[in-house]
Design a protein around this ligand. Sequence first.
Ligand SMILES: Nc1ncnc2c1ncn2[C@@H]1O[C@H](COP(=O)(O)OP(=O)(O)O)[C@@H](O)[C@H]1O
Ligand SMILES: Cc1ncsc1CCOP(=O)(O)O
Ligand SMILES: [Mg+2]
Length: 269
Amino acid sequence: MPTPLTLDLVAHQLARLRSQPPLVHLLTNEVVQEISANVLLAVGAAPAMIVAEEEAAGFAAIAGAVLINVGTLHPRQLRVMHQAVAAAHAAGVPWTLDPVAAGVLAYRTEACRELIRLQPAAIRGNASEIMALAGFGGQGRGVDSTAGSSDAVTAAEQLARDTGAIVAVTGETDYITDGERTLAAPWGNPLMTRVVGTGCALSALVAAFTAGTRAGSTERLHAVAAACAVAGLAGASASAASTGPGSFKPAFLDALYNLDPARLQDLTA
Ligand SMILES: Nc1ncnc2c1ncn2[C@@H]1O[C@H](COP(=O)(O)OP(=O)(O)O)[C@@H](O)[C@H]1O
Ligand SMILES: Cc1ncsc1CCOP(=O)(O)O
Ligand SMILES: [Mg+2]
């Protein structure tokens, strides 16, 4: 049974991130480069997209966290991702997987299955993606989910136990689990699904929040949950301040920037 996430925990994790801004290595898809970088900058982290075969492994080893997102995957990029993940794994740098459209296409689904053998710290996906990776037969509609997040909680818990990762399955409510404990973050707004990159940028946030956390620690579970809460709270606040997808995006960046750990309660009122 999921436990509601408390704002105290979110505030603590947000303050921790801001006090030690992590350098985050993003190997992400072509569609969401800009929103991912801006979301990280707005919250207080430092993004860098280092994508060449000559540089990715070296940079992954010195970053605070790495994000692997397979949204526009192709063979050369997959080779670079393997190099970065191997280097991160060897250096003890936490890495996060966003399995965009896993379950829809065999190539990326297999690529994700291969990558997760190298112990991701976190996996963040929508319900269809998480169900597919867990072997529960999920199939999305392109990059979007055809299932609700509450239908994917069991799959998320199974995937977490199988991989050792913290798994976050997002939707109307986000669920974050280590396979034994499951937290629920009920914030966000449907408008977030009408702006490209909110899910992928959330995965970048998840990576940022895992920086400095240890495998198997409660802190890592809380860090991933806090990333989801931060996106959801900022999303709810931005949707109240906007009239549609166009005005949502700048409002979302502003809301992330203005999140005050001491005043998160105000955003849920
Ligand atoms: N129906 C919804 N109501 C509120 N928030 C939502 C809803 N659907 C998705 N979100 C939020 O949108 C963000 C992206 O999630 P999601 O759409 O599941 O990812 P993806 O873009 O990878 O499919 C998350 O912060 C999530 O909480
Ligand atoms: C549209 C699209 N196509 C391939 S990746 C991508 C971005 C998906 O971003 P998000 O799932 O965060 O909306
Ligand atoms: Mg989306």
